[in-house]
Write a protein that binds this ligand. Structure first.
Ligand code: GDP
Length: 301
């Protein structure tokens, strides 16, 4: 699978090394496994959960072959991901009864928020949907410019105001414009500052409330973008944003640049939020709908 090469090779070779020549799953094997999961950024809590499940399964029969351990591990990770990731979509689709379907995108600067919005717009447009972007990250001029560049590239309309204007007002205008154009999808960028928790909460709440003046059930999704190569920082950001607003789904970016794709498993488990998209490169086409089976398979070849 494109993009997950590094994670796949590293994880699989470490795992193979840990269990080669072993005829049973003993404490040493489990210790190794724990190390591998933690070093793949699965996170301590989720790693312990996985280890406990494996222990429970080998308790009766410790004389398992390595193939069987592989299989059990694969099953347990898939089961864990299935707790929060119910869908098996591989296509970019929008809910049938939401028109326009409104996504509010949150995340700190540099994680790939703008790029993810651009890639998403591209996919939705490719699927025949009418997309409108809203530049509600009014704090930095560069953020507005970058979003404009993506809008030009994908050839979708963008609603923006000048730097420093009220983010909620931009969101309001965007929704009104989208409704007037009979658009299918609205993607709203928001400011990426991690100000204090109260500041972040107030700003996101205000943007939401103002959108609801146009569409009472908007936003339909709050998508948190996290950089998959930043390990503990990504966990920390997830903590802050979930405390500030109701995050409904995740996009984990830059998985092509890391050998630690386990962050996807850990964050999804720890925060009980589905991973909807993964970023696997800088190109317009390098966004995938997250599929738990493909993801687990890519870990084990
Ligand atoms: P923002 O500040 O969060 O809006 O971040 P940008 O969208 O500007 O992205 C920051 C940098 O990360 C840019 O150089 C992007 O090309 C890069 N980037 C974004 N997503 C990915 C990805 O999935 N893989 C790789 N390798 N780079 C990415």
């Amino acid at each position: 699978d494109k993009g997950l090469e590094k994670t796949k090779t590293t994880f699989f070779s470490k795992l193979t090394k840990a269990i080669t020549g072993k005829s049973k799953v003993d404490d040493e094997v489990l210790d190794h496994l724990e190390e591998i999961l933690v070093s793949s950024d699965v996170g301590v809590e989720t790693t312990l959960k996985i280890i406990q499940r494996i222990e429970a399964r080998v308790a009766n029969d410790k004389y398992l072959g390595t193939d069987e351990l592989n299989q059990i591990l694969r099953e347990e990770i898939a089961a864990l991901l299935a707790e929060t990731n119910s869908g098996n979509d591989s296509e970019f689709v929008v809910p049938a009864n939401k028109k326009p379907y409104v996504i509010m995108v949150v995340g700190v600067n540099g994680v790939g928020k703008t790029t993810t919005i651009g890639k998403l717009a591209y996919q939705f447009k490719k699927a025949g949907l009418k997309v409108v972007l809203g530049a509600s990250d009014t704090f930095r001029a560069a953020a507005i410019d970058q979003l404009q560049i993506w809008a030009d590239r994908v050839q979708v309309p963008i609603v923006k105001q000048q730097m420093g204007s009220d983010p909620a007002s931009v969101a309001f205008d965007t929704l009104q414009s989208a409704v007037a154009q009979n658009a299918d999808v609205v993607i709203i960028d928001t400011a990426g500052r991690l100000h204090n928790k109260i500041g972040l909460m107030n700003e996101l709440t205000k943007v939401k409330k103002v959108m609801q003046k146009v569409l009472s059930d908007a936003p339909h999704d709050v998508l948190l973008v996290l950089d998959g190569s930043t390990g503990q920082n990504a966990f920390e950001q997830a903590k802050q944003f979930t405390a500030a607003t109701e995050v409904s789904c995740l996009a984990v970016t830059k998985l092509d640049g890391t050998a630690k794709g386990g962050v996807v498993i850990g964050i999804s488990d720890q925060f009980q939020i589905p991973v909807k998209y993964i970023g696997v490169g800088e190109g317009i086409d390098d966004l995938q709908v997250f599929n738990k089976f493909e993801f687990v398979d890519s870990f084990f070849k």
